[in-house]
Design a protein around this ligand. Sequence first.
Ligand code: HEM
Length: 241
Amino acid sequence: MTGVTYSGYLRLGELLATVRPMTRAGNRRVYAAEHFFIVAHQTTELWLKQVLLDVDCALGAASAPDRDLEQAALGVQRAAAVMRLLTEHVGVLRRLAPRDFADFRGGFGQASGADSEQFARLRLLLGAEVSEEREGPESPLYTELAAAAAEWGTSLDTVYRRAPHSGALYRLAESLVELSQAYWAWQVTHVEVVSGAIGRARGTGGTSGVDYLADRLTTPFPEIWRARRCLHEPTLVPELG
Ligand code: HEM
């Protein structure tokens, strides 16, 4: 007997106590709607913590002197699976009625998902930081993939042309494609949810809302997408290795 209990191990007391709507509990309809809104955000942030951990571990494996790309691919695949799940987490907010949302939205002032530090870290890891002025820095995941390919005397174009016989390089590249698509799907679902919830109204973070978000839609790892595209348009390939 270890004396460890289910709720103790999971710290459920603390965890469940963190869901605290600002609406008075007596106002059942709005209280339940705000509770729903908070849970969707909090669970997303919890899962994001896992995504960042898995991506960090993958990066560590890929950049180690022995470059364990197989381990890195497994980590990225898990991060991609969780990112897919997060599409459902944001999508469930289609069930937030605009009237209920309007009744508690004023309470959180200028707070906005745009302030999420974990999402900001994720964008950096994916090389997905976009702004009108400049491209963001390259994804460190892609940097390691490209370095490994160069060290092993090949290129991404060749990896894709020889697939599925390109081993760990191919598996890591494809896991990044999964992550790229899951991230894209999250953004698209988020825009849809935002347009359902607030239409063309401005965001609490001060942006134009839907138009701003639509402009920021991005598919991470453009170099890998390019190598895949070369299979359809071989004239894009600089040299055949
Ligand atoms: C009814 C639901 C939601 C609405 C109406 C909404 C609205 C918005 C709006 C209007 C923005 C643009 C910034 C601003 O002006 O505030 C934004 C950004 C953002 N929201 Fe949401 N959001 C919702 C749900 C969520 C959820 C569940 C998450 C997950 C934590 C989330 C995460 C984000 C992130 C990460 C950004 C920044 C996106 C970027 O910079 O490209 N949002 N949201």
